[in-house]
Design a protein around this ligand. Structure first.
Ligand code: PMP
Length: 351
């Protein structure tokens, strides 16, 4: 790149959004297959009357409601334009020359982008053979320059979630000056009762940061609202980095309406997770090493055939998310969507 553009930007892999084509079945972005929750569209319509005004920059009502529900002081909650933006702001708030962030790989593709933009060096630790985090190797990768360890649980794009024992081990191994970041974008889809809720179990640790989002189970991906829980000074540092008015007015109103429809959210999530069980069981008959998943997607470790499978699906009007040379992430959809992807997998494996 030419001056004055930073050289290191050229090395950042671009964020690849899940493909969207008119009339195609979109199983590429881990969205829920239902429309907005009841009350959400009306809340947005009501908020439309005020869009000539700037929104409440403090996101007071939404942070207040989250505070009540989560039992966490509102000053410990920061909101942003999707949790992806907040992850970036957190890294900006801890970056200094030479500093590092440790995370597993493969994991959420925004981490290397956010780290480089913030000026942090990425230390990527390969996943285990079961496609989960290798917690011991991650602990071993923590050094004097480490500012944060990101645990993506359940892990996007592979699906496994971390046990309490594994997360406990990370907290026990790192000094308090290193943030342990739990990215729980898919927490609502976790069905294994032994798995910890990051806010409940770790929320009060001084170096814990937990990210959540309204994009997935809450059905508001298009409005871009994420939040994080941290120690008051960490949350304050992140708020200093957030772009003013990062969460817009209709988004704030919609998130409150979505929270009011929690029962319906849980009902929808239960449909998705029961389908997940069915589709993963069937997929394993065709691709035996599909890993355990606690999210609303599953991973097909197809290696060199990943891109080919995505093309095979696209020819059948189905969009999935390939990671070249590695695997394909498929979002769990409606029963008929899942039948369609299983059929595509069957014909692909037989080819
Ligand atoms: N974390 C993880 C693990 C994700 O998969 C995603 C979305 N793909 C995000 C964070 C960001 O979600 P959003 O910005 O929509 O809140």
């Amino acid at each position: 790149m030419t001056e004055p553009i930073r050289d290191d930007l050229a090395a950042i892999p671009r964020y690849v959004p899940g493909k969207a084509l008119p009339d195609a079945l979109k199983l590429s972005s881990n969205e829920v297959p239902y429309g907005p929750l009841p009350g959400v569209a009306d809340a947005i319509a009501d908020a439309a009357a005020d869009v000539h005004r700037y929104p409440d920059m403090g996101v007071t009502l939404l942070r207040g409601e989250l505070s009540k529900r989560l039992g966490v002081d509102a000053e410990r909650i920061a909101t942003g334009t999707g949790s992806v933006a907040l992850i970036g702001h957190l890294l900006q708030s801890i970056a200094s020359p030479g500093s590092e962030v440790v995370y597993s790989w493969r994991s959420f593709e925004a981490y290397p982008i956010a780290a480089t933009v913030a000026g942090l060096k990425s230390v990527q630790v390969p996943n285990t053979a079961e496609h989960g985090h290798d917690v011991d190797a991650m602990i071993a990768a923590v050094g004097p320059n480490t500012r944060a360890v990101i645990l993506c649980t359940p892990n996007n794009p592979t699906g496994p979630a971390l046990s309490a024992e594994e997360i406990d081990r990370v907290f026990a191994a790192v000094p308090e000056s290193v943030l342990v970041v739990l990215d729980e974008a898919y927490r609502e889809f976790v069905t294994d009762p032994s798995l910890p809720d990051g806010i409940e179990r770790y929320g009060d640790r001084p170096n814990a940061v937990v990210f959540r989002t309204f994009s997935k189970a809450w059905g508001l991906a298009g409005l871009r609202i994420g939040y994080m829980i941290a120690r008051p000074d960490v949350a304050d540092a992140v708020r200093r980095c957030v772009i003013p008015f990062a969460v817009n007015g209709p988004g704030q109103a919609a998130a409150l309406a979505a929270l009011a429809a929690e029962d319906e959210m849980r009902r929808r999530v239960a449909l998705v997770t029961s389908e997940r069980k069915r589709v993963v069981t069937a997929a394993r008959e065709l691709v035996p090493d599909v890993p355990e998943t606690q999210a609303n997607f599953f991973w097909l470790p197809l290696g060199e055939r990943a891109v080919e499978f995505a093309a095979h699906c696209e020819a059948r009007g189905i969009l999935v998310r390939p990671f070249a040379g590695d695997g394909v992430r498929v979002t769990v959809g409606l029963p008929e969507d899942n039948d369609a992807i299983l059929e595509a997998l069957r014909s692909f494996v037989k080819e």
